[in-house]
Design a protein around this ligand. Structure first.
Ligand code: FAD
Length: 353
């Protein structure tokens, strides 16, 4: 059966909800299709000890401040899931959970959105499918030779799953540092942290609030035609959240330069020496989840779709929201996505008149 909805939003995480909030405010009829069977986007899949890198009042979507979580400055992922579930209800956002979109196609003056639960004809589509469902693994010799477990960040849950094991955590970003710290602080795991370049910790007093301020200052400078301030990347890669700080200060977070290959029993380092390992956890990032847009043939470099703001250059009825800074400054953060969603919805409104 084919249904009609002026606007279809694909993805029921924070970016999809922020779009829904602004569509609702403007009185536009829309549908949100989200593959996850429950509210919360990727927050419901993150590891047990994960906490936000910003306090609640700096982690809010438009219209509704995230409540503080008792006993902690930095809320945990479960708290974010509750907030998003409540947000969805409060604004009566029409999310169909468990509806995965397989393809978006052109059909004359409409876009056809094909989901496993049916097909929608829409005048505009906002894609907000995030990156969590597309973990990135680097090519490395020996990948299929290693007889231990290989996991990605998306599969990691808790240290107890590795009790008594030798674990190598690969990757020098926030996920790598946090998972290495989580395992090392447990005390029952032999952890080695391997990174491509020496880890760059941000100063201890810098959390998500300061990062957002820096990103905002950069956007203002660029908008005003001033020179690039370098933004967040110029400060470092790793936010020294409390567990990372604790592990680092206890001397448990000394990184080794990345190994050069996997062996049957573990890894081989650049100097030829080898270490045994029961598991390798790849904390090597994500790519945007855009396979449902393949029929539109819009792909650009690095798995992205070229955009002007959020609007796809090759298909003006399609907007991309979240994903990363390439779809708007800080649009892949809780506090940042609201502004980009507002701009995207304004442009979409122009398509409906
Ligand atoms: P998601 O939360 O991934 O939501 C996308 C939704 O789309 C999912 O529910 C998915 O099921 C659905 N979907 C995917 N494909 C389809 C399809 N084909 N059809 C239908 N639905 C589909 N940001 C902060 O602001 N503060 C933090 O402290 C912070 N910490 C982070 C820690 C980690 C480890 C990571 C990975 C990210 C963190 N972020 C943080 C960044 C960002 O806020 C999150 O990644 C956030 O989940 C992005 O929201 P989203 O809505 O864009 O994507």
């Amino acid at each position: 059966m084919t249904r009609t909805s002026p606007v279809v939003v694909i993805g029921g995480g924070q970016a999809g909800l922020a779009a829904g909030y602004h569509l609702r405010r403007l009185g536009i009829d829309f549908t949100i299709l989200g593959a996850d069977p429950a509210p919360g986007g990727s927050w419901q899949h993150m590891w047990d000890s994960l906490h936000l890198f910003s306090p609640a009042d700096h982690s809010s979507l438009p219209g509704r401040l995230m409540p503080t979580q008792p006993g902690t400055t930095y809320p945990d992922a479960g708290h974010v899931v509750e907030y998003l579930a409540d947000y969805e209800k409060r604004y009566d956002l029409p999310v169909q959970h468990g509806a995965r979109v397989d393809a978006v196609r052109r059909d004359g003056d409409r876009l056809l959105v094909e989901a496993d639960s049916g097909t929608w004809r829409a005048r505009a589509v906002i894609s907000a499918t995030g990156t969590w469902s597309r973990p990135f693994l680097p090519a490395i010799p020996g990948r299929f030779v290693f007889t231990g477990r290989q996991l990605h960040t998306v599969h990691y849950r808790r240290p107890a799953d590795f009790a008594g094991q030798r674990v190598i955590v690969a990757g020098g970003g926030n996920s790598g540092a946090q998972i290495a710290a989580d395992l090392a602080l447990d005390g029952h795991i032999d952890v080695t942290w391997a990174t491509q370049r020496p880890p760059r910790f941000l100063a201890d007093d810098i959390d998500g609030r300061a990062l957002f301020d820096v990103a905002t200052a950069r956007r203002r400078a660029l908008d005003a035609g001033r020179s690039d301030t370098g933004g967040v990347a110029s400060l470092g890669d790793i936010v020294a959240v409390p567990p990372v700080r604790a592990a680092r200060d206890a001397g448990l977070l000394a990184a080794k330069p990345m190994f050069t290959r996997l062996t049957a029993e573990g890894v081989q380092w650049a100097d030829g020496s080898q270490s045994g390992a029961d598991a390798v956890i790849w904390c090597t990032g994500f790519r945007p989840a855009l396979s449902h847009l393949a029929p539109l043939d819009l792909r650009g470099p690095r798995g992205r779709i070229p955009t002007d703001g959020t609007r796809a250059l090759g298909e003006p009825r399609l907007h991309l929201l979240g994903y990363g800074d390439w779809t708007g400054p800080a649009s892949a953060t809780l506090i940042g996505v609201g502004r980009t969603a507002r701009d995207a919805v304004r442009e979409v409104t122009g398509l409906l008149t």
